[in-house]
Write a protein that binds this ligand. Structure first.
Ligand code: NAP
Length: 750
């Protein structure tokens, strides 16, 4: 058996908090002996009957003798008097801690008792857990589980004491955080004391009205939720409000100022600003939750998920609107924010990457309404209207946001910092920081590999540069072009080969002149953007799954509306046509500077294998997993070369697809830069191709959606694991396949 952490633990005070900790200690045998001292004999008798203590003492001095841990679990105002009483009886190496809700006054009380210096075992603490009921019977062993405990070690606190207390609270399944005393009181004033004060205040306001009976009788959920904490112990809160007076008064001042400006927005009918404020608060609430939990923005990613697809005859018909393009969604927010006037965006992709961009601009004071069903309204602040964010901008997992914003933020009047999640924190940022420095930006990346966090120092006057991009990267090109909007003179970027040109097109849509001459793109700084309407085209990379599904399913007839057909992205259309698919591009038009069209695909002709032309590879790079499914259903061999990049996407897409195809009875040979697939199809024969099986998608959304389409031609069930990432790029995927007549069962695994 493990050694207990402590020999003798003495509680002074054994109510809700003390008795909960005593329960943990007893249940887990963390001490040889547990004793307590309280005011009333009854509490001690009850505690003994509940098995929480071995002995109860009416005098604190009797309890603390020989104890190696003393826990003050009583109202903070009693601290000084209790410490004075027990001081002569404390053991030399005792750990002395408390659980009080305020820390400055506990430390001040201890300082008065120990003028010669604190004992090195003195480590104040505060569990951020509680309940409305108090007393020894209200305690629970799981009260602290999944809650935080703040320890506020002093300069005099010994590391061994902090370490042992940490172990104790961790045994209670709490997360232990260390903080200095003043910080603790400031943070708690805002996050706990002010909300309690407001709850007491609101209930009092309503209770003092003549019609209070009716008000309470008809009170809706909002009142119930908001006022719940006003049922807390008045004595304790009376003490806390005085104990943390300075920090609480500051918090109340901040609240008054905020309330005044909210009042004024309503009084002056300032609908835009009010909407902006409410939207910002709502988004911040969600955002903070995720930041604190270090979880991705979208709740769905918490769970893993699988798709189950049953064999049988499937239909695949209908007209569909596929979710919006991610690259265009990002840019619509960025450009709408710095434009003059109000920009309406439709078809915005509500995936977590684009939401991170949206939040960043809210944090810089831009009023943004939505997104609601893909509609976003951005009240542009002009080229000089962005405000300094109060804290670091959190970009989640979005490399696009971080690289593009590096350019934009380098040119602002204020300092800024961008951070991201664990995966973004590993991605290189120097490739964009270097050219920005040449423009005069003060930009700093982190560590030897030049990764996030990225910091920008404001108030630099940037100058135009002429830059030869060492690698083909639309993100680096865009980062430079965005900084160039504020730079003196002309900036040009020359690309080794053409990359996606969404930035150039959308800048033009916002009325900004951008020249493209061969591979050289240039613009003059100092202009302005004018608000416009942006229809985000449907993402051709997402549409690709439906194109392939329709091409391999007999009698399918699918129309995908308003799909982006930017010439840098249309490889999928060309390749499917070369394989013999019945695919037409109809109703071509321009929206928000981007070419879009309706794409109709019919399952009227079986496919043929081809050697994919290498010049089409960069234009279809994200669509190959779907094309491999088409190739498996084609007659003869399909050969892909020149696509080594596929091995370093969200997964090694060549190997992962080859493994899955082989599992489902398809012969294929992965190569260094491509794959050879032996298609099992026969001319004019629509019988099943795949043998079913269990597929591991490696949490790669494109792999998951590609193998889903194989379900249209499978003789046995298919299970695809790790499909939760599908929601980030194509939140309506299974809903739309069901509408088409092909059902995919979604199973969530907690
Ligand atoms: P509680 O349930 O009311 O228990 C208080 C205990 O302290 C009782 O055992 C009481 O003795 C004893 N006590 C009171 N005055 C005393 C005195 N002058 N000398 C000796 N013992 C005395 O209170 P609690 O909720 O556990 O709160 C204890 C501490 O935890 C407070 O400092 C509070 O700020 C902090 N805290 C509370 C919460 C919460 O939600 N309740 C959360 C975090 C931290 P009797 O049993 O004889 O009355």
């Amino acid at each position: 058996m493990l050694q207990p952490l402590f020999q003798k633990v003495a509680f002074i005070g054994l109510g809700l908090i003390g008795s909960s900790l005593a329960r943990v200690i007893k249940q887990q045998h963390l001490a040889v002996e547990v004793v307590a001292s309280t005011r009333s004999k009854q509490t001690l008798a009850d505690a003994k009957a509940l098995g929480l203590i071995d002995t109860g003492f009416s005098q604190a001095i009797d309890a603390v003798q020989g104890a190696d841990l003393v826990v003050l679990a009583l109202p903070v105002r009693a601290t000084q008097q209790v410490l004075e009483t027990i001081k002569p009886y404390l053991s030399k190496n005792v750990i002395l801690t408390d659980v009080g809700s305020t820390k400055g006054n506990v430390v001040a009380a201890a300082a008065a008792v120990f003028p010669e210096g604190f004992p090195e075992g003195f480590v104040p603490g505060h569990p951020i857990a509680g309940a409305e009921h108090t007393g020894v019977h209200a305690g629970r062993a799981d009260l602290f589980a999944d809650h935080k405990v703040i320890l506020t070690p002093l300069d005099s606190s010994a590391p061994w004491a902090v370490e042992k207390l940490t172990q104790l609270w961790q045994a209670a399944r709490a997360e232990v955080i260390c903080m200095d005393v003043q910080k603790h009181d400031e943070v708690l004033a805002h996050t706990s004391h002010l909300p309690h004060l407001m709850a007491f205040n609101l209930v009092e306001q309503l209770a003092s009205r003549q019609d209070n009976y009716d008000i309470f009788r008809y009170a809706a959920g909002g009142f119930r939720d908001f006022s719940r904490i006003a049922a807390s112990d008045p004595e304790m809160w009376h003490d806390i409000f005085f104990a943390n007076k300075t920090a609480i008064l500051n918090a109340v001042d901040g609240f008054e100022a905020q309330l005044k400006s909210l009042r004024q927005l309503i009084e002056t009918d300032d609908s835009h600003a009010l909407m902006g404020m409410l939207g910002h608060a709502q988004a911040a609430r969600q955002h903070f939750n995720h930041m604190l939990a270090k979880k991705p923005l979208m709740e769905k990613n918490k769970v893993t998920q699988q798709f189950n697809i049953l064999p049988g005859s499937h239909r695949f018909n209908g007209k569909f609107t596929i979710p919006g393009d991610k690259s265009v969604s990002h840019r619509s927010i960025m450009f709408g924010a710095i434009a003059e006037g109000t920009t309406q965006v439709s078809g915005f992709l509500e995936g977590e990457d684009a939401l991170a961009t949206l939040q960043a601009f809210r944090d810089m004071g831009v009023s943004i309404e939505g997104p609601k069903n893909g509609q976003v309204t951005i009240h542009g602040v002009g080229m000089h209207g962005l405000k300094a964010p109060v804290s670091a901008l959190y970009m989640g997992n979005s490399g696009t946001s971080m690289r593009l914003l590096s350019g934009m933020l380098s040119a602002q009047q204020f300092d800024s910092v961008m951070t991201g999640d664990a995966s973004l924190t590993k991605r290189p940022m120097e490739r964009v920081a270097k050219p920005l420095r040449l423009m005069g930006a003060q930009i700093q990346t982190t560590g030897e590999r030049g990764t996030p966090p990225v910091s920008m120092t404001g108030q630099q006057q940037l100058k135009g540069i002429h830059y030869d991009l060492p690698m083909a990267s639309a993100q680096v090109k865009s980062g430079i072009l965005l900084a160039a909007l504020w730079a003196e003179g002309e900036t040009s970027v020359t690309e080794p080969e053409p990359t996606r040109d969404h930035t150039e097109r959308m800048l033009r849509a916002f009325g900004y002149e951008v020249k493209t001459e061969g591979n050289r793109i240039s613009l003059q700084g100092g202009g302005k953007l004018t608000a416009t309407h942006i229809q985000v085209p449907s993402d051709i990379s997402s549409a690709a799954f439906f194109m392939v599904g329709a091409a391999i399913c007999e009698n399918a007839d699918v129309t995908l509306e308003a799909v982006g057909i930017n010439p840098t992205r249309t490889g999928i259309i060309e390749i499917l046509k070369q394989m013999g698919a019945d695919l037409t591009v109809e109703n071509e038009r321009i929206a928000g500077g981007e070419p879009i069209a309706d794409i109709r695909i019919r399952g009227s002709r079986t496919l043929k294998g081809i050697h994919i032309p290498e010049d089409q590879v960069p234009l279809a790079i994200d669509e190959f997993p779907a094309l491999f499914i088409a190739a498996a259903c084609a007659e003869g061999q399909t050969i892909l070369t020149g696509a080594a990049e596929l091995r370093v996407k969200e997964s090694d897409r060549i190997q992962v697809m080859a493994d899955g195809l082989q599992t489902m009875g398809i012969q294929c040979t992965p190569t260094d830069d491509g794959i050879i697939i032996e298609g099992k199809g026969q001319a004019n024969d629509w019988s099943d191709i795949f043998t079913g099986g269990e597929i591991e998608s490696h949490h790669d959304h494109r792999i998951a959606m590609s193998f889903s389409m194989a379900g249209l031609r499978s003789s046995a069930p298919i299970t695809i694991y790790g499909t939760e990432t599908v929601a980030t790029s194509f939140p309506t995927f299974t809903q739309l396949t069901t509408q088409a007549g092909f059902s995919i069962e979604v199973e969530e695994n907690q």
